[in-house]
Every structure is written in C-alpha cells, then in structure tokens.
Design a protein around this ligand. Structure first.
Ligand code: QAP
Ligand code: CO
Length: 178
C-alpha cells in the first residue's frame, strides 16, 4: 500500500472529466487500496481518484465511526434522487474550508466493484451527500463551484498562499461526524 499525494483546489487537474474504468485487473485493486490508505491517513470520509491524479471513475468512501466499512464505487451512476437538503461540506482538496451546498437526501446509485460486478444501493443522509460530492469530482466539479465566485476566488487565493508558504493544512474541526 502507498499513501498518495492529494491535489488541492485551484489545481486545473481537478477539472478533468474522468473516463470509465474498462479493465478490472490487479492494478485497479492496487489503486483502490492506495486510495483507501490515503483517505484514512487524511481523515477523510470520501476520495475520488482524480484527487490523487488518477483520471478514472473510481471512488472510495467510509463514513463509519470506526473507519472499517469501506465502500468502493467504480463507474457510479445516480439512478434516482429525492428530497432536497442543504448540507455543509468540506473536501480533502479544499482543506480547511466548509460551505453549505444543496443536495438530495435520498439517492439510488448503481456502481461496480473492483472485480467488475454491478450492484445497486439506496442510501440517505451523509452517505447520500458523500456519493453526490464524489461523483461531482469525476465530472471535474468541486463543492466550491456551488458558492459565489467571490468566495471561491478568496478560498483559492488562501490555499495558494498557504501552499506557497509550505504550511501544513489544519485538519481539525471537521464539522461532520467521522
Ligand atoms: C466529501 O470530504 C464530503 O478540510 C468528503 O481539514 C464532505 O472527506 C461529503 C477533510 C462532507 C459529505 C459531506 C476536509 C478533512 C475531509 C478538511 C472529506 C480537513 C480535514 C473531507
Ligand atoms: Co471532495
């Protein structure tokens, strides 16, 4: 296993539309393992492959308190969505910033496992929001795209400044329960 480097907003590499996974091989399994290691090391609840510069439709999620219920979503598609909610989100690629976003509280999604097997799940609440957030990544979209461009540009400048100073990002005070 290996911990991978996370790209930070406003890196333009986060803006790519990712193609589907076509080959279900041991390399895919290794990518998934490395993504899980990276997500756990960074105290995240979700990570899309594009965030670690792998341009494929691969997502890992774990919202469990004990960090031992990994979900793997390859080529995910939302099939049904209902009940709009407002949810305060963060992102490992936008460290230290949180904003309210409009999402759906209930979704049905279809995805594949690393062995290529298809599955369908109904999810709600935090997990549903996390799936929507991560699928946005696969289409080059970030949660800051839902806020005003003034706020977004301010966040971009702050992150760039911190990065230029070589500072470690604060990883405390994550507002949702993990
Ligand atoms: C996406 O986000 C998400 O700024 C996953 O300092 C977020 O794992 C889905 C994180 C909220 C639904 C609701 C962010 C950790 C992790 C930070 C994350 C930070 C430390 C974000
Ligand atoms: Co994110």
């Amino acid at each position: 296993m290996a911990k991978l480097k996370i790209l930070h907003f406003p890196d333009s590499r986060l803006r790519q539309k990712c193609p589907k996974v076509e080959v279900f091989d041991t390399n895919l399994e290794k990518v998934v393992e490395d993504m899980l290691e990276t997500m756990y090391a960074e105290n995240g609840i979700g990570l899309a492959a594009i965030q670690v510069n792998i341009i494929k439709r691969i997502i890992v999620i774990d919202i469990s308190p004990d960090r031992n219920e990994p979900l793997i979503l390859i080529n995910p598609e939302i099939q049904d969505k209902k009940n709009e909610i407002e949810f305060e989100e963060g992102c490992l690629s936008v460290p230290g910033f949180y904003e309210k976003v409009n999402r759906y509280n209930n979704i049905t999604f279809k995805a594949q496992l690393p062995n290529g097997e298809f599955y369908t799940r109904d999810v709600d609440g935090l997990l549903a929001v996390c799936v929507q957030h991560e699928i946005d990544h696969l289409n080059g979209k970030l949660f800051v795209d839902y806020i005003s461009s003034l706020k977004r540009d301010r966040i971009a400048k702050k992150i760039q400044k911190l990065e230029a100073e070589g500072k470690k990002f604060e990883r405390k005070n994550v507002p949702y329960s993990i």
